[in-house]
Ligand binder design. Structure first.
Ligand code: ATP
Ligand code: MG
Length: 238
């Protein structure tokens, strides 16, 4: 088990009271498998990713990443764990305008202290894995939206993360490019044995995920919503 979210509750201040963004949420994601999270806007999907990424500390419950209970770690240890074990793909590619595709990846891993020649080799290998071997020298404005999103995904894999967290990677893409990005995530999850969590509005591809779970009002339940078409494999009782 590479990612375990165990009975997590997260609230935010809301006027005089508190808004419950995550309500006793549990989720297990084995290495090499991909779980899709679907659900309406405001239901808590990004909050779940933020907690799993250790960017936000929940009110209660635990997040265990690659065997380490993050509730026992201080801020510096959490930040090191994020750097070494967790890949995060945000909805917006947020690439740096002045850097080439290869440099976007290298700068990400620079802090790891590995020799730059090794980083360069890994960056090119990952760009090849996401189908952008011939775009390594291109800057963001020279890439399509789908290509930028693939650079974004490759960058998240630079440090060989155990856990890969992906928020709405296809929302800015047309159907065909969205399908290609999801295919890529499935392939990378298998090849690199990451525990992958994918937040998506795109129900068209849920049957290709290992598991689907639905978020509604901060509560996570196994399976896709009824309207989602063909049934997918469901999360074991969480
Ligand atoms: N930093 C914050 N402070 C206060 N409330 C927040 C904060 N972040 C999120 N919320 C609230 O928590 C709830 C869940 O938000 P979240 O971003 O997790 O939803 P989501 O499912 O990702 O939605 P979307 O599909 O629109 O991205 C919402 O009601 C939101 O307004
Ligand atoms: Mg969101």
């Amino acid at each position: 088990m590479t990612l375990l979210v165990d009975d997590v509750t997260l609230t935010y201040p809301d006027g005089d009271g508190r808004l419950t963004a995550l309500d006793a949420v549990s989720l297990e994601v084995p290495a090499g498998s991909l779980t899709a999270i679907v659900g309406p806007s405001g239901s808590g999907k990004s909050s779940l990713l933020a907690v799993a990424a250790t960017l936000v500390t929940p009110d209660s419950g635990r997040v265990v990443v690659a065997g380490r209970d993050t509730s026992l770690l201080g801020p510096a240890e959490k930040s090191a764990l994020r750097r070494e074990r967790i890949g995060i793909v945000f909805q917006q590619p947020n690439l740096l305008a002045s850097l080439t595709a290869a440099e976007q990846l290298q700068v990400m891993a620079h802090v790891s202290g590995r020799p730059s020649r090794q980083l360069r080799r890994r960056a090119l290998e990952l760009l090849d894995a996401v189908g952008l071997a011939d775009k390594a020298g291109k800057r963001p404005h020279e890439l399509s939206g789908g290509q930028r999103q693939r650079v974004n995904i490759a960058r998240a894999l630079m440090n060989e993360p155990a856990v890969l967290l992906v928020d709405e990677p296809t929302s800015a893409l047309d159907h065909e490019r969205g399908a290609a990005v999801l295919d890529l995530l499935v392939t990378l999850t298998r090849e690199r044995a990451t525990a992958t969590v994918l937040v998506t509005h795109d129900r068209a591809h849920l049957d290709r995920m290992d598991r689907t779970a639905t978020m509604a009002d901060g509560r996570l339940t196994a399976g896709a919503p009824a309207a989602a078409g063909p049934p997918s494999a469901s999360v074991p009782a969480a």
